[in-house]
Design a protein around this ligand. Sequence first.
Ligand code: C2G
Length: 130
Amino acid sequence: SKRVVTFGTFDVFHVGHLRLLERARLQGDYLIVGISTDELNRSKKQRDPVYNLAERMEIVSGLRCVDQVFAEESLELKRQYLLEHRADVLVMGDDWAGRFDEFSDICEVRYLTRTPAISTTVTIEKIRSI
Ligand code: C2G
């Protein structure tokens, strides 16, 4: 069976996240999702996530297309995570295009098109203005 691994924060879960995960799952037959810890998110996005790691892991692991989740503690550990989870394919959104090509020695690396105009930041701004 073909094991697919992807990574993300998945804060304030939205349809862009769902579409990415559904298409990631179609790249193989077992989908494993590395979810950024609160700390890692803080360093990437310069703000605290709305939902904490436990909540984000619970939401993502509840999806039909997701088989397994784990906490991603550092961007530097990607190679280790891919080996540990025996990834056949690494999937990322195309906002990361080219950034993970270095792992093509251990798995296929595929970048999928993002859903336009949807983001956690846009959603937070929308709620703020209600
Ligand atoms: N995504 C998408 N369409 C959107 C928004 C997000 O396809 N409109 C995808 C992103 O490309 C990513 C996934 O959904 O593949 C998760 O998005 P984020 O939570 O923003 O992920 P990010 O914080 O970029 O984490 O190690 C890499 C990072 O952990 C990736």
